[in-house]
Design a binder for this molecule. Structure first.
Ligand SMILES: Cc1cc2nc3c(=O)[nH]c(=O)nc-3n(C[C@H](O)[C@H](O)[C@H](O)COP(=O)(O)O)c2cc1C
Length: 155
């Protein structure tokens, strides 16, 4: 059984954002020295129990109307109270696919995770503007960094 578990909660409503989620998973898998469990869910699928049984979280969302996706907000609405007392200091990272901006989503995620007492272990990765293939590389690096950090006990 894996010693630690990384939970990826990613909203991927488009081919590009599906590539981003896949890149996170690929990054985790490149860190092949790691004895990690990996759980990948959409925000609608993910439950409080998934968070409670994880040791770190990667959040992925689009920016819609200056905020995180409704899907990710729904996730937080459902898990907030059940997780509040038991997931303090949870290491997390977030990536945001934004057409133009990303700041409203960054602010919202920072606010909610601060309320939960979660700990950002990477600055938010904002992938904005026209699509660039380097976004995939950045997500691969984020996945690998999260896996290595968790497995090695850095977090
Ligand atoms: C209804 C809607 C609202 C959006 N609002 C924003 C926004 O407020 N800020 C922003 O940067 N991008 C906004 N976007 C762009 C999305 O973030 C972008 O379409 C999404 O990340 C998917 O990117 P992709 O075309 O690379 O798949 C919006 C898109 C839609 C459909």
């Amino acid at each position: 059984m894996a010693s630690k578990t990384l939970l990826v909660v990613a909203h991927s409503p488009s081919p590009n954002t599906e590539r981003l989620r896949a890149a996170i998973v690929a990054g985790v898998n490149t860190a092949d020295l790691c004895d990690l469990g990996l759980v990948v869910k959409t925000p609608f699928e993910a439950q409080a129990s998934d968070v409670l049984s994880s040791d770190a979280v990667v959040l992925g969302t689009t920016e819609n109307l200056g905020y995180m996706s409704g899907a990710l907000k729904d996730f937080f609405d459902r898990v907030y109270n059940p997780c509040l007392e038991q997931t303090r200091a949870m290491p997390y990272a977030a990536y945001i696919r934004a057409g133009l901006d990303g700041t409203g989503t960054t602010r919202a995620i920072t606010s909610i995770t601060s309320g939960l007492g979660w700990r950002a272990v990477q600055p938010p990765l904002i992938l904005k503007g026209d699509w660039q293939d380097q976004f995939v590389d950045q997500c691969t690096e984020l996945g690998a960094a999260m896996a290595i950090g968790l497995d090695s006990g850095i977090f």
